[in-house]
Design a protein around this ligand. Structure first.
Ligand code: DGY
Length: 422
């Protein structure tokens, strides 16, 4: 890359070109709507040069919030037919159409960064006072609707909700979900090489689950009682945990004595008490749990490292994870592979089964920094920079060759690069 200023210019251009007037598509055609965690990460990029636009990204996402507090994984602001499954397949009957699941709730942590980094403090205070009650409702939805038995570990019902769609962590649990019984035409493989996307039999099951949610009338309790797929995703749990701590800190520093704060604090302690259930001493790693099979999902992925980001690992556990992480980084030229390269499910170019994702590297680097793993943190940052310098702003990268994969001119890759190291 010629210079950081050329790289910043290119990244800003991507955000401008993907801007639909208030919300940013991840990339045109492949993902033509607003996605939940993409929007949060993308706001970080906007904030570096247009704070009003950064706040607007969050406001547009929250337009899709459900009455029960859920912030959906996709908000279908406009009709576009280059994507499948669109709003009719999801079947949510709301004036602003959305999906019926959520996504890793990094939103409150991003709002904290936007607020603390704001130079326009009046604007930031005004936006925060509108956004905070919505964030609180969102977090309470996770803790109540997704953990109705107050175990301290929220449940996820769909691989798309984890953001890590075809991660090998979900293979066994998803294989027990029946395939959908109607035919359909995928659109993703019109835009991207199918070798870089999930398999058809995974899509068949993704769609079965959409029908199941509709059949349950999107009723949280009925879904909890009957879902054929129930996962304690260590990724979501850790991101939620960190975001709840950030949310509490935002409320306290704004002098807000909200009645919900004690409950949120209780939820923080409940997760800290319960998290040891997801520690697997044999692999020296936290793992997700399949609640239907009542067993840990035996795949070591970047999702499992989110425990560092959420500061859920004890110092002794973190020391063990550090050894795993060193080995993991050394196994591929470009880190950090989304699935540990020693896994027999590892594929260097297929979506969440091996490729490197820039925003995930950033979250993991925040985690390793908290545990004072200085060299590892630097290594992750350097390899992220090298990927961008060599290949530009792709959705993800082949961890062996560095080749850009998936969608090109991708918003969260551009946003992460500007915010984190450019
Ligand atoms: C997709 O369509 O591939 C998305 O990841 C779903 O969120």
């Amino acid at each position: 890359m010629e210079s950081n200023s050329a790289a910043i210019k290119a990244a800003r251009e991507i955000l401008h070109n993907n801007d639909m007037g208030g919300y940013t598509v991840p990339t045109h055609d492949l993902y033509p709507f607003q996605w939940n965690w993409d929007a949060a990460i993308t706001a970080l990029g906007w904030m570096t040069f247009d704070q009003t636009r950064a706040w607007q990204e969050i406001e547009f996402l929250l337009k899709g919030q459900w009455k029960n507090g859920m912030v959906p994984h996709i908000v279908f602001h406009k009709e576009v037919d280059s994507y499948f499954p669109g709003p009719d397949v999801w079947g949510v009957d709301l004036p602003l159409r959305t999906t019926s699941i959520s996504q890793p709730p990094v939103l409150a942590s991003v709002v904290k960064i936007l607020f603390e980094g704001a130079t326009d403090k009046d604007l930031a205070r005004e936006k925060l006072s509108e956004i905070l009650p919505k964030l609180i409702a969102y977090h309470l939805w996770w803790y109540k609707d997704r953990d109705p038995e107050s175990t301290g570990l929220v449940v996820s019902y769909h691989p798309w909700e984890t953001g890590m769609d075809n991660s090998p962590a979900w293979d066994d649990a998803l294989s027990k979900v029946p395939p959908v019984d109607w035919s359909y035409i995928r659109r993703d493989t019109n835009h991207v090489d199918s070798a870089q996307r999930p398999h058809q039999d995974e899509y068949d099951r993704y769609l079965y689950l959409l029908d199941f949610f509709k059949k349950m009338n999107f009723d949280s309790r009925k879904i909890f009682d009957n879902s054929p797929y129930k996962i304690n995703d260590i990724g979501i749990i850790s991101i939620l945990h960190k975001a709840t701590k950030d949310l509490i800190s935002l409320c306290e520093s704004s002098g807000l004595e909200l009645e919900q704060l004690p409950l949120l604090k209780e939820k923080i302690s409940a997760t800290e008490q319960a998290i040891s259930q997801l520690w697997d001493a044999d692999s020296s790693s936290f793992l997700s749990k399949d609640l239907i099979a009542d067993q840990l999902c035996p795949a070591i992925t970047t999702g499992t490292l989110m425990a560092l980001y959420g500061e859920l690992a004890s110092p002794a556990q973190a020391e063990k994870i550090k050894v795993l992480l060193q080995d993991w980084l050394n196994a591929c030229e470009f880190g950090l592979a989304s699935t540990h390269p020693n896994s027999d499910k590892f594929e260097a170019q297929r979506y969440w089964r091996g490729p490197v994702w820039l925003h995930i590297n950033w979250l993991i680097a925040l985690g390793t920094e908290q545990y004072e793993m200085t060299e590892i943190t630097e290594q992750i940052k350097q390899t992220s920079y090298d990927l961008i310098e060599k290949n530009g702003y792709f959705e993800y990268f082949n961890c062996k060759t560095g080749e850009g994969c998936g969608g090109d001119k991708f918003s969260w890759t551009a946003a992460t690069a500007i915010y984190w190291f450019l």
